[in-house]
Design a protein around this ligand. Structure first.
Ligand SMILES: [Zn+2]
Length: 267
């Protein structure tokens, strides 16, 4: 068992690079913190949506959405202007693409709904979107899915509460709202990826949303080293072999470059 290293110390960063270099199987879990450099605010960070406006954390439930046209119209107005549709992938997304190209990446698990991993070039077959995606619309009646941009064009043209063209049912984004259950098949894929890696690398997640945060426990129990790259402490730091505390955009590209190039050393 490795002795835990001080969060953010150069020694911790070097050790993480060495572990990644030596590992043949790495599973990555990303959260909102990886997308803040792309201009998509997180929820719980220093400039997070809920940090600045705690009332915003009281999201309407699925029952509210089904029952109230005003709730749906407000949701569509937010989707139309959501930064995910214009935000560019950043250096951290590209660093994970570099990791993938070395053949070490088991899966890229993400809590994000912004689609930025795929837009950075990550293989969609490796990306597991635990909370769904904003890029797909879903009918709450018949379950049919289609591209979100086409539905948003309807909203911008004045269709404030768009309906399914097939069955007339209510449409929503293909995302998992707070308090909703994850797709069991998606969660099972994530658990399998957590339990078959040598390093479980968490990037930009406060690890406060279950059951996703619990994947850390799956990984550690199966023998993986848990590495957390996050600016603030998480409830899983006690299980981690190391936590890297520097800003993700500063530290991740160098960390991955060191891990995928020649054997990393201090000099
Ligand atoms: Zn339908």
């Amino acid at each position: 068992v490795d002795r835990p290293l001080a969060a953010g110390s150069p020694a911790a960063t070097l050790r993480v690079a060495q572990w990644l270099h030596a590992a043949r199987r790495v599973t990555v879990l990303t959260g909102a913190g990886i997308s803040t450099d792309s201009g998509i605010p997180d929820y719980r960070g220093p400039a997070g949506v809920w940090t600045r406006d705690p009332a915003a954390a009281r999201m309407p439930s699925r029952a509210d959405y089904l029952a109230d046209a005003h709730v749906r119209m407000q949701a569509w107005r937010k989707r139309v202007v959501h930064p995910a549709f214009s935000a560019p992938p950043n250096a951290a997304h590209r660093a994970l693409l570099a990791l993938e190209r070395t053949g070490r990446l088991v899966a890229l698990l993400t809590q994000n709904i912004d689609g930025l991993h795929q837009r950075a070039g990550s293989d969609p077959r490796l990306v597991v979107e635990l909370h769904g995606t904003l890029w797909q619309a879903e009918c709450l009646g018949c379950g049919v899915r289609g591209p979100m941009p086409a539905v948003l064009r309807r909203v911008r043209s004045g269709d404030a509460d768009p309906r399914c063209p097939d069955c007339g049912g209510l449409l929503s984004s293909a995302t998992v709202g707070f308090g909703m259950a994850l797709d069991p098949a998606v969660l099972a894929r994530a658990v399998a990826a957590a339990e078959t890696c040598e390093v479980f690398l968490v990037i930009g997640s406060s690890l406060s949303v279950q059951p996703v945060a619990g994947l850390c426990m799956n990984a550690v129990r199966a023998g993986a080293r848990l590495v957390i790259v996050n600016g603030s402490p998480t409830p899983y730091d006690v299980l981690a072999a190391a936590r890297v505390a520097q800003p993700i955009g500063d530290v991740l590209p160098g960390l991955i470059a060191a891990a995928t190039g020649a054997a990393p050393s201090l000099c």
